[in-house]
Design a protein around this ligand. Structure first.
Ligand code: CAA
Length: 502
């Protein structure tokens, strides 16, 4: 017998809970929203009104539809009001003790046929299910922030989930206009396991001083076409949630990529949790962050370029169009660029070894062109600030956004991207999810333009493998070592994951 879900309870009306309540109400279901007290209920109502008002302002919904939608949601501080719900989705803070207490209570209050779902982003659904007398009717139903916008729902079934239930919840997710990806109960599921490792890594790069917050965000957003840079996204998710998810991931994986970066702890301790408190990596009170004034720049009439191939030819043409003279040298003989005012070495690897071969080592920077919109400008320990600023200006003239960084393997974008792709290969190899499921999850859950396997195929497996090797040699971080499956596919000459469907 297939269940029908017409009345749905949502416990916790914070950002996620209110978004989830809206999603159910949009699908014409009756929603009972539960909060702990009147003040929290008021905040929850506020979230619902703001979100639906935004849709009205954008002509996505009429005022009548908004009031009909809000009319389908009743709010209460009494859990007893959930007695007739067909399904209850929990969206309270990520603290196991709270969740277990709540589920024991829901088990008592809800009718025997009701399904209980948790929106936990990382905690064990099995452990939550075990606090009830109906573990076969407990699943994970994991939405993504902002819930009305993001199209993915991860459906998590445990070893004790009743047969067919995950399929029914996946069907419900489709009725909500979402795409379900059904997986087993493993810390972080698909998205958070891959996403938080990457976000935490960005915190590590910031702390190491490799690049600034704004440069890293611009690099990932403009360079890769992601909807947000890592720090803007951490602020959206909430730094407390991000910290907690990393903790849980680390406890299970023991992978240093998941060990929460100290800067996260510092923000959380200071009560700066991101958008929800008005300040995290960015401040949301006064809008846009201030861009620091840059200092004097070196005068440039002759640009030296080190490198070869079509990228160099294009750069020379672009510089010429912008009114600069350029001279080109191969890595083997730097004589042609010895007297240039600035020297850019096209590379994604450290360039200090080239600087020491020049009469003016302070004039050399590394330049890595990423996509069509970003250029990473890497200063070595010898580069003068005036030269770095001058190249930053040059890059702007070439209609690219400059990203200042240190002289390290793979600079910023690839240093963050390749280990994330490597994590996805390891996940595939573990048999947890298929390449198509992982791609769908990252595209629909995080708004990425492509999933990790689509990106791997587009970049080329060998290039990513070699990049990972360079990162490993530079940082000696065990998780940067290429995943054995990636290495083997390159060795076997398999062109991409499309020809290795699994
Ligand atoms: N509530 C409702 N709707 C919202 C919204 C919100 N909080 N924020 C944005 N929207 C809607 C807008 O109304 C707009 O809708 P239309 O296209 O119908 O007009 C649309 O989303 C786009 O919004 P904007 O134009 O204002 O802004 P944008 O184009 O910059 O997009 C964004 C904003 C949707 C948040 C986008 O930046 C994005 O996709 N970011 C990535 C978010 C992400 O990765 N989420 C997953 C986080 S991980 C997680 O949640 C799991 C966990 O457990 C931690």
């Amino acid at each position: 017998m297939t269940r029908t879900f017409e009345t749905v309870g949502v416990v916790g009306l914070g950002t996620m809970g209110a978004g989830i309540a809206e999603v159910f109400a949009r699908a014409e279901m009756s929603v009972i929203g539960v909060e702990a007290d009147e003040a929290a209920l008021e905040r929850g109502r506020g979230h619902l009104e703001t979100s639906t008002a935004r849709a009205v302002a954008r002509d996505r919904m009429t005022a009548e539809q908004q009031s009909a939608l809000l009319g389908r949601i009743t709010v209460t501080t009494s859990r007893e009001d959930l007695a007739d719900a067909d399904l209850v989705v929990e969206a309270i803070p990520e603290i196991m003790e709270f969740k277990r207490g709540l589920f024991a209570d829901l088990d008592r209050v809800c009718k025997p046929s009701a399904v209980l779902a948790t929106n936990t982003s990382s905690l064990s659904v099995t452990a939550i299910a075990a606090t009830t007398s109906r573990p076969a009717q407990v699943v994970g139903m994991h939405f993504f922030n902002p819930a009305p916008v993001m199209r993915l729902v991860e459906v998590i079934s445990t070893v004790v989930t009743g047969e067919g239930l995950a399929g029914e919840i996946a069907g419900l997710a489709r009725r909500l206009g979402k795409t379900p990806v059904t997986v087993g109960d493993r810390a972080g599921f698909v998205v958070n396991r891959l996403l938080l490792g990457y976000l935490n890594h960005a915190c590590g790069l910031l702390e190491s001083g490799l690049a600034s917050r704004d440069d890293i965000d611009a690099a990932m957003k403009l360079g890769l076409g992601l909807p947000m840079g890592p720090f803007a996204l951490l602020d959206l998710i909430g730094l407390d949630t991000s910290y907690e998810v990393c903790e849980v991931l680390f406890r299970e994986s023991r992978d240093r990529r998941h060990a929460p970066a100290p800067v996260l702890r510092e923000f959380v301790t200071a009560g700066l949790l991101g958008r929800k408190t008005g300040r995290g990596f960015y401040s949301y009170a006064d809008g846009t962050p201030t861009v620091p004034e840059s200092g004097p720049r070196a005068p440039v009439s002759m640009v030296g370029i080190v490198g070869s191939g079509p990228e160099v030819a294009r750069l020379v043409a672009d510089l010429d169009a912008a009114g600069f003279k350029a001279t080109v040298a191969e890595r083997s003989d730097l004589t042609p660029v010895a007297d240039a005012d600035v020297v850019v070495a096209l590379s994604d690897r450290p360039v200090v070894e080239l600087a020491v071969r020049l009469p003016h080592p302070e004039r050399l920077v590394g330049l890595h062109l990423v996509g069509d919109r970003v250029a990473e400008v890497a200063s070595t320990v010898l580069t003068s600030e005036e030269v770095a600023v001058a190249v930053q200006d040059l890059v702007t003239v070439l209609t690219r956004t400059p990203v200042r960084c240190g002289d390290r393997a793979e600079m910023v974008v690839d240093a963050l991207l390749y280990p994330y792709l490597n994590d996805a290969v390891r996940m595939l190899d573990s048999g947890y999810a298929t390449a198509a499921e992982i791609d769908d999850a990252m595209r629909l859950g995080c708004g990425h333009p492509a999933g990790p396997f689509e990106m791997l195929d587009a970049i080329g497996l060998e290039r990513v493998r070699d990049g990972l090797r360079a990162l490993y040699a530079e940082y000696r971080e065990p998780s940067f070592a290429p995943a054995p499956l990636l290495d083997q596919l390159v060795t076997a000459g398999v062109p991409g994951f499309r020809s290795y469907a699994r």
